[in-house]
Design a protein around this ligand. Structure first.
Ligand SMILES: Cc1cc2nc3c(=O)[nH]c(=O)nc-3n(C[C@H](O)[C@H](O)[C@H](O)COP(=O)(O)OP(=O)(O)OC[C@H]3O[C@@H](n4cnc5c(N)ncnc54)[C@H](O)[C@@H]3O)c2cc1C
Length: 394
């Protein structure tokens, strides 16, 4: 897509966000269940479809616009300006990452059966990796859910939690151990599992601070759940490798969306301090306040710069593990700082529901934990830096 076409898409996205997403978002404090859940999703997506901005990332043969990672950045940022914007464009987690993964890995049949309807917004999906202790968490190799080979397929047993969008998802991309022991570096396989499969149970919603993600973050049980051979995604024992296909880009699209949300909090806060007076001056003319404003501008600009650099590497076909780790870690912390400063700048209003600032701070906090906690990314960044000097292999 040429630059002018991307610019037009950005303008069209801004209109949909202003006219369709923000009014609903602000009327319900960013709580998607309170806004109507599935009915709200359909209404939001109808608005994005009418404006021609629906599924901008999805492959063209699935009805999408096929944007590259660099092209996605400004569009996703504008969509993220409303907490409901990503849902409207069908670029919300986890569907957006699952669309990316299926596009790269799915067979022709899986593409038709799962990727096509997911891209068109007819169904939703979930990605099931994390497990209660002592299972997979920050360390995915602790994977305990098992898939045992039987005639014609696999039997899956285990328990997952924090599975975003699970309530109402049509299928799960489930990570299960097909060889090795918890702690082994390999031996994981991804399965596409319809939610209607016997033995797949939605156990409960895990309560979390955020409220904008449709379908919640759920605990899901797999009890002797049969999945046929043709529902293996990619290769057997290749699950950790394919997880990287999803995770690098998915981290960057989270950064794009949260940059938009947090930019809104910053703009609202700047408007507040530009008009509010105290101690004989505008708040925005006081030195310590100027520091908060400037630090927010610096964090937002630095986040965008790192993001574009990592996206260029991904667009060039690189794995970009180092670049996406650096960007994810910096962005999750910088965006959290920006949101927190915006709260502070607004005084009491900053923690109220009168302004859309507290809700944005609430929503962005978990990003420092999912898609790899900051500490895990720092750990890998440091290991790579040392290896680059010593020449050691991983
Ligand atoms: C809102 C939300 C949505 C989520 N959605 C999904 C989803 O859709 N699908 C899914 O599978 N999972 C999902 N998750 C789970 C998420 O991926 C995990 O929470 C994350 O990987 C951390 O795992 P854990 O919670 O088990 O933390 P633990 O593994 O218990 O780690 C706890 C903390 O230990 C620290 N730590 C870990 N490793 C190191 C290290 N090497 N050095 C120093 N400190 C370290 C970190 O601070 C970490 O936060 C979601 C989580 C949240 C909060």
């Amino acid at each position: 897509m040429d630059r002018a076409a991307v610019d037009l898409l950005v303008e069209q996205t801004i209109s949909v966000i202003q006219d369709v997403a923000l009014p609903l978002d602000d009327a319900h404090d960013g709580d998607i269940a309170a806004a109507g859940g599935e009915a709200a999703r359909r209404m939001l997506q109808a608005g994005a479809r009418a404006a021609g901005v629906f599924a901008p990332h999805a492959p063209v043969d699935c009805g999408g616009l096929g944007l590259s990672m660099v092209e996605r950045a400004p569009v996703f940022e504008e969509a993220g300006y409303s907490l409901f914007g990503p849902l409207a464009l069908n670029i919300a987690a986890p569907d957006e990452g699952n669309i990316h993964l299926l596009d790269k890995v799915a067979t022709v049949d899986q593409r038709e059966r799962y990727l096509q309807p997911l891209s068109r917004g007819e169904i939703r999906s979930a990605f099931a990796m994390t497990e209660p202790a002592p299972g997979a968490g920050a360390d995915p190799t602790m994977l305990m859910t098992t898939a045992s080979k039987v005639d014609g397929g696999w039997i899956v047993n285990g328990r997952k939690w924090f599975i975003t969008g699970a309530d109402g998802a049509a299928f799960f991309i489930t990570m299960a151990r097909t060889s090795g022991e918890p702690g082994s570096a390999g031996g994981a396989t991804m399965f596409v599992m319809p939610a209607t499969t016997d033995g797949v149970d939605l156990i409960r919603h895990v309560g979390t601070v955020d409220r904008s993600m449709l379908g919640g973050h759920c605990e899901v049980g797999f009890r002797d759940a049969f999945v046929p051979d043709d529902h293996v995604l990619g290769g057997v024992d290749e699950g950790f490798r394919y997880a990287q296909v999803r995770l690098g880009p998915a981290r960057m699209t989270h950064v794009m969306r949260w940059t938009g949300a947090v930019r809104r909090a910053h703009e609202v806060a700047v408007r507040h301090v530009a008009f509010r007076r105290a101690f004989g001056a505008r708040l925005s003319d006081l030195g310590l306040m100027q520091q908060l404003i400037a630090d927010n501008e610096i964090d937002l600009a630095a986040t965008r710069a790192l993001l574009l650099q990592a996206c260029s590497v991904l667009d060039d076909g690189g794995r970009a593990s180092h670049a996406t780790s650096i960007t994810k870690t910096f962005a999750a912390e910088a965006l959290h700082r920006v949101a927190d400063r915006a709260v502070q700048m607004c005084g009491g209003l900053g923690v109220s529901t009168e302004l859309p600032v507290a809700k944005i701070a609430r929503e962005v906090r978990p990003f420092r934990i999912y898609d790899g906690p900051s500490e895990v990314h720092r750990w890998s960044i440091a290991k790579r830096a040392v290896r680059a000097i010593t020449g050691e292999t991983p």
